[in-house]
Design a protein around this ligand. Structure first.
Ligand code: 3PG
Length: 378
């Protein structure tokens, strides 16, 4: 297996005058300042390229649309990127590849932002002809989209067959921190899993079941385990398809389900106070914590208590035990950090990953298609 090539190792003279296709991850709520972590995380890559005299064609997915939808357009991000890098961003609204390539070629902007990759036919199928057309707009490829690197998509994977390909500064930092974390895990090791996308997380729970000393559940994964136990979850978020695996793990000694919950209109929307206290104690007794997924619908204040309790617990752990290893990731989890209402820098022993499912899969030792594609690139 070849090694990933890093953009940081390229010399300015090899960057100058070239066009880079930079895959980023803007799968966030553009209206929420708390959600800008993923955007801010890739700005150093943009700045490095511009400083070295490159042009950038950049692209992301957003949501899981089957066709065009205004709500999932990337247009809103053009001014946000422009403000951060201090350069004009030309937004290309076409979402048919032929028209998009034509518009990109006609533009002389130093940054071109394409429309949501998932509006295009071929992206999610990892279609080589779509990837080739994307590649035709650039000289080099950079993956700076760690959060989507567990998906085999054309702009993440197939495109690396057509262009010299590099990991961006953010992906490099993610790999470096997560590799170090995997080597340093100390027991007691606690895994906290909440949020949505249960199907992505259930396999991870299966993987960690003999490795973690405690697996604390909230959100969709907890509801799925409740359903597996035969407890009625009403219209709560849960994953029918994941119930079978959940059933297999029900008797696991390390698994913690909420002992009380907050419900509204037949939906479980947060963990209760008793659960928050139990989970807090377990976290404080840990030497390593990996957390992905809020414990409740934190966007609404009355359902944010469980998630806030987790943030307070990890902050307290970080302070009490400077050697503790704390890795937190996922779009929503990172956005929920705003509940802490602090502008202070996070303690050094907390690493915030831009990835959610990708982070969990990487920590589970799985090969991420986007990273393997960089290793096997042209
Ligand atoms: C994420 O937010 O986890 C990534 O952007 C991947 O999104 P997806 O689960 O819709 O592929």
């Amino acid at each position: 297996m070849k090694r990933v090539k890093y953009l940081s190792k390229l010399k300015s003279k090899d960057i100058a005058g070239k066009t880079f296709f930079v895959r980023i991850d803007l799968n966030v709520d553009a209206a929420s300042p708390a959600d800008m972590f993923r955007l801010d995380a890739i700005i150093p890559t943009f700045k490095l390229l511009l400083r070295s005299g490159a042009r950038i064609v950049t692209a992301s997915h957003r949501g899981r649309p089957e066709t065009y939808s205004t709500a999932e357009s990337l247009a809103v991000f053009a001014p946000l990127i422009s403000k951060r890098v201090g350069a004009d961003v030309d937004f290309i609204s076409a979402y048919r590849i032929g028209a998009a390539v034509k518009a990109i070629r006609a533009s002389d902007a130093s940054i071109i932002l394409m429309e949501n990759m998932r509006f295009f036919r071929g992206e999610t199928e990892n279609d080589p002809s779509f990837a080739r057309a994307l590649a035709s707009c650039a000289d080099m490829y950079v993956n700076d989209a760690f959060p989507v690197s567990h998906r085999k998509a054309a702009s993440v994977s197939a495109i690396t067959k057509f262009l010299p390909s590099y990991a961006g500064l953010r992906v490099e930092s993610e790999l470096c921190h997560l590799d170090a974390a995997m080597k340093r895990v100390k027991h007691p090791f606690t895994l906290v899993i909440g949020g949505a996308k249960t199907s992505d997380k259930i396999g991870v729970i299966d993987y960690f079941k003999n490795k973690a000393d405690a697996i604390l559940l909230g959100g969709g994964p907890a509801n799925t385990f409740f359903a597996a136990k035969g407890v009625s979850v009403g219209s709560s978020l849960y994953d029918e398809g994941a119930v079978k695996i959940a059933k297999k793990n029900l008797l696991l000694g390390s698994l913690y389900l909420p002992s009380d919950t907050i419900t509204s209109s037949g939906k479980i929307l947060d963990v209760g106070l008793k659960t928050s206290n139990e989970y807090r104690k377990i976290i404080l007794a840990s030497n390593s914590v990996v957390w992905n997924g809020p414990l409740g619908l934190f966007q609404k204040e009355r359902f944010a208590r469980g998630t806030l309790a987790m943030w307070r617990a990890v902050m307290e752990l970080a302070k009490r035990k400077p050697d503790a290893l704390i890795v937190i990731g996922g779009g929503e989890t990172v956005a929920s950090m705003a509940l802490l209402k602090t502008r202070r820098k996070l303690p050094e022993n907390i690493f915030i990953s831009t990835g959610g499912g990708a982070m969990l899969e990487y920590l589970s030792g799985k090969k991420l298609p986007g990273i393997s594609a960089l290793q096997n690139a042209k």
